[in-house]
Ligand binder design. Structure first.
Ligand code: PHE
Length: 338
């Protein structure tokens, strides 16, 4: 009876008190256990009454305990009794930008400051925009040079292919507008090449186009020189080597001084100290005319660079395949504010 009163009156202030209650009455060394031990020793005629009282008492203790346990659970939830505001919070798993996105954003930033706008075109392209308008003669081996993935192949003129370069966007831009043009055109391009550390069946380019009256080769050089200083830092050297593209005349390839050169043993520049980063030139008058632009009045320059190469030099990535494997161990190294 004394215990019954204690149980009924019991009102714990917290979970610890309730646990003490459980141990006292319901635990393996608790009062109830003890009473059941005593029960074994009582005489047969007392067993019935004692057993009944004992069972009722046990039920009461059980019920009280379960009820209090629920109360405590809900009240700690609602009152936040157990909430420790000094604990550090659960961190959010924040992703990182892909290195190619970082490079693209940076390139766009630099050219935007020079007044270039950003333009894009389709990845599935027709023969005209990828080749013919860019002054690739029909049946010219240059078409094969680019290892084109054809989607539909007829007689050249209405072939459909995955674009092999972003120069196709130049054509679209000039066809649909009026000079001056000052744009950069980032995007994915495709070439039918065996996948290795140095080649892939797709990669990314940024095309640049500047067409206006009196645009000269020195504008081209100064623009690209400035670009490289911004991207790789003051003092980065450039050199231009004569080259050939059907859509530019004259054409050049631009090298920069190796940004990650560790001296002998550098396998980025192969000991030469120079790395090629882009192709460029003055837009061929035929291309301007193909796009309906008066080549007597306007001149322009164009350039195209591979974003993977730019990223390789910035982040010392030596295998092209890393860019498209989505390996988190690779990607998470590019945590940045950008
Ligand atoms: N389209 C050329 C390529 O893919 C690069 C280039 C662009 C060269 C513009 C000159 C002018 O290699």
């Amino acid at each position: 009876d004394q215990y019954t009163a204690e149980i009924n009156a019991f009102s714990p202030a917290n979970a610890d008190e309730l646990e003490a209650f459980r141990i006292k009455f319901l635990g393996t060394k608790g009062i109830i256990k003890d009473l059941f031990e005593q029960f074994k020793t009582v005489g047969p005629e007392e067993k019935r009454t004692f057993g009944k009282v004992l069972n009722e008492f046990k039920q009461l203790a059980d019920a009280k305990y379960n009820e209090l346990k629920e109360n405590i659970a809900t009240s700690t939830q609602s009152k936040g009794n157990d909430l420790d505001l000094t604990l550090p919070g659960d961190g959010f798993a924040v992703g990182s930008r892909h290195p190619l996105s970082l490079v693209r954003n940076e390139i766009i930033d630099i050219f935007k400051r020079l007044g270039f706008v950003v333009a894009e075109g389709p990845e599935i392209e027709d023969d005209w925009h990828n080749f013919s308008a860019l002054n690739f003669p029909d049946e010219h081996p240059a078409r094969d040079m680019q290892d084109t993935f054809f989607i539909k192949k007829n007689n050249g003129k209405d072939d459909i292919a995955l674009r092999t370069h972003t120069s196709s966007v130049q054509v679209r831009m000039m066809e649909h507008g009026k000079p001056p043009f000052r744009a950069i055109m980032p995007g994915r391009v495709y070439r039918n090449e065996a996948i290795s550390a140095r080649a892939h069946c797709f990669f990314h380019q940024v095309e640049g186009l500047y067409v206006d009256e009196n645009v000269s080769f020195s504008d081209l050089k100064q623009t690209l020189y400035h670009f490289v200083q911004e991207l790789y830092g003051e003092g980065t050297k450039v050199r231009f080597r004569p080259s050939y593209f059907p859509f530019t005349e004259p054409s050049a390839e631009m090298d920069i001084s190796c940004t990650i050169c560790g001296g002998p043993g550098c396998n980025m520049c192969k000991y030469t100290g120079w790395v090629e980063i882009l192709g460029c030139g003055m837009v061929d008058p035929n291309v301007l005319e193909n796009c309906g632009i008066d080549s007597k009045k306007y001149t322009g320059f164009a350039f195209g660079m591979g974003m993977e190469r730019i990223a390789n030099l910035k982040y010392v990535i030596r295998d092209l395949r890393l860019f498209s494997e989505n390996d988190v161990r690779f990607l998470k190294q590019f945590q940045t504010e950008m």
